[in-house]
Design a protein around this ligand. Structure first.
Ligand code: NAD
Length: 498
């Protein structure tokens, strides 16, 4: 079995030397990452095409531009993020300097997944390096062209002593997980997530788990069904449905089901031509195991659109299943393919019951013009994220954290949240050694008087809410107004000719 003890110890020694904590080192790594992307766009898009038949536009939009923007955003914000964060003080601490210092954890392990193999490897790496960590990255072995390219490129652009790429499958990942890391960032399915979490538990290593699940879509009545169909189809069929936040299944009324299917029939050829197998804009299922798995899911409800497969290419056409039941195969696990089951429900409350009877999803999509309906979902369900009247778009903005809840994940990242994920927020209080007489009240021998004094200085007061919170200001305002009037103080009038 592979042994990574020497590798991890070597990297840890470099971390302990303090090389990675400086702004300059972090900035250099980010510049290296930007250069890596800019000088190798073609190689990266080629590798994505080879692994997933990913169209260049999709590769650019959903992987490479996203990573590039993340590097630039991080470069632009790093000095601000690294600044110690001053905190509010109590009377008792008035002379002290109190702040939160973000410090790197140390050596972090990043395990990437195959469906967005570049993005899911490099985005967490940007976060880890910006926070001043050393990193060992293991891209997914399933998207092997991307994995090999990452292994080739990283040593050319990043600090070789601090960033290592390990390629391999389950034996290599297992061996890596037996080592002690200071943080583990895993993207993938929730079966392996439990293995990762158990390995982390051995050393009490903190983890982020970016997982998946069945992300539901609710489609209300009285929406522009053509736009809705387009947005659902785009979310479902990007990367041939192999997206962690892809709309997994639709909940809607019987009449909405008919309208949605009618629109999807028109839009599928618009997107992928009459013969999607020949479209250069449509992906393939990553391997035989997943291909066979997704094919079986089509035996649910009735095929309303598609259902075509081409075994030698692992092609599955955009497929819509109508009148699916929650007990059907397509509703057991995350679909992760271009198959869209529709389940009919009476109203939004019944849809909420279906959602709440399952594990918390990574994303929830609500198509509705009715604020009551939207808020009903927001208040009564839980999910990693929500996007109202669109799909996938909520993860494109770096000011929103991306992550799951419950079975869809632990922790989050993107933008500043990545920096925070890979940083320990250390509490620092700096005090002087003078004026120790002020501290006499906390030293023994304790007396009743000292206790009263300490309690008075350190006790929190309950804040008044509502009208009473403004009450002191009302009183002060009234008194000041009264004094002005009583003393005959008037403001100087400003004439228009001044
Ligand atoms: P995968 O097979 O590429 O596995 C992910 C990682 O786990 C790889 O690095 C792999 O080497 C490692 N691994 C696999 N089996 C292992 C084992 N037995 N022991 C130790 N390590 C092992 O990816 P996957 O799990 O098929 O990915 C698909 C899942 O990931 C879906 O559920 C999807 O929703 C989820 N996902 C989530 C996100 C997110 O950001 N939340 C993104 C992409 C995918």
């Amino acid at each position: 079995m592979a042994n990574f003890t020497e590798l991890v110890n070597g990297v840890r020694q470099v971390f302990r030397s303090g090389r990675t904590v400086t702004y300059e080192w972090r900035r250099t790594q980010l510049e290296g990452m930007l250069k890596l992307l800019d000088e190798n766009m073609d190689k990266l898009t080629d590798a994505l095409y080879k692994d997933l038949h990913k169209a260049k536009a999709e590769a650019m939009m959903m992987e490479l531009n996203m990573v590039r923007n993340e590097v630039i955003n991080t470069m632009n914000s790093l000095t601000t993020w690294m600044k110690p964060e001053k905190v509010k003080k109590e009377l008792i601490n008035i002379m002290d300097t109190c702040y939160i210092k973000s410090e790197p954890y140390g050596v972090v392990l990043i395990l990437g997944a195959w469906n967005y193999p570049i993005q899911l490897s490099l985005l967490p790496l940007i976060g880890a390096l910006s926070a001043g960590n050393c990193a060992i990255l293991k891209p997914s072995e399933i998207s092997q062209n991307c994995a090999q390219l990452i292994e080739q490129l990283i040593p050319k652009y990043l600090d070789n002593d601090c960033v290592k790429v390990v390629n391999g499958g389950v034996p290599e990942t297992t061996a890596l997980l037996s080592e002690r890391f200071d943080y583990i960032f895993y993207t993938g399915n929730n079966v392996v997530a439990k293995i990762v979490m158990a390995a982390a538990a051995k050393y009490l290593t903190p983890v982020t788990l970016e997982l998946g699940g069945k992300s539901p879509v609710y489609v209300d009545r009285n929406v522009n069904m053509e736009v809705v169909a387009r947005r659902i189809l785009w979310g479902k069929c990007s990367n041939a449905g192999q997206t962690c936040i892809a709309p997994d299944y639709v909940l809607c009324s019987k009449d909405v089901q008919d309208q949605l299917i009618e629109q999807l029939k028109k839009i599928i050829p618009e997107f992928y031509s009459e013969n999607p197998v020949e479209s250069g804009h449509y992906g393939r299922i990553v391997n035989e195991r997943h291909f066979q798995r997704v094919k079986k899911l089509m035996q649910s409800g009735t095929v309303a659109i598609g259902g075509d497969v081409k075994d030698d290419e692992r092609f599955i056409s955009p497929t819509v299943l109508r009148d699916v039941k929650v007990t059907d195969p397509a509703m057991q696990d995350e679909i992760f393919g271009p198959v869209l089951p529709i389940i009919t429900v009476g109203d939004d409350n019944e849809a909420i019951d279906v959602i709440n009877s399952r594990e918390k999803p990574l994303a929830l999509y609500i198509f509705s013009n009715n604020k009551r309906v939207v808020h009903n979902f927001l208040n009564r369900t839980s999910s990693g994220g929500v996007c109202v009247n669109d799909t996938l778009m909520h993860i494109s903005i770096p000011t929103l954290p991306f992550g799951g809840v419950g079975h869809s994940g632990v922790g989050s990242y993107h933008g500043k949240f990545s920096f925070e994920t890979f940083s320990h927020r250390r509490s620092v209080m700096e005090r002087g050694l003078t004026l120790d007489s002020v501290n006499a009240i906390r030293y023994p021998p304790y007396t009743e008087k000292k206790l009263q004094m300490v309690s008075w200085l350190s006790s929190q007061k309950v804040k008044k809410t509502g009208f009473f919170s403004f009450f002191p200001f009302v009183i002060i305002g009234t008194v000041v107004a009264f004094l002005f009037k009583a003393l005959g103080i008037h403001g100087k009038e400003v004439s228009h000719t001044d």
